[in-house]
Ligand binder design. Structure first.
Ligand code: SF4
Length: 66
């Protein structure tokens, strides 16, 4: 499975359910209905992607809009 952009995006919020399942909540959905609340994974291209600050030593993912 290709790597998803969502985990590296500043618009995402990681949700962990009571059973330990993980979901990526796209917060752009609050202002732009083109973005689903829980985008189907993996997201390999996204107009709304904006890189979050990477943890030290982790490479920045490529911006697909560049
Ligand atoms: S803007 Fe795109 S890349 Fe960012 S969390 Fe939403 S769907 Fe994922």
């Amino acid at each position: 499975m290709p790597e998803s952009l969502c985990p590296a995006c500043r618009h995402v919020k990681k949700i962990v359910s009571g059973t330990g399942s993980q979901f990526w909540l796209c917060q752009l959905t609050l202002t732009d209905r083109r973005y689903p609340k829980y985008p189907p994974q993996p997201i390999v291209q996204c107009q709304g992607f904006a890189a979050a600050e990477p943890p030290p030593g982790k490479p920045q993912p490529q911006d697909p809009r560049a």
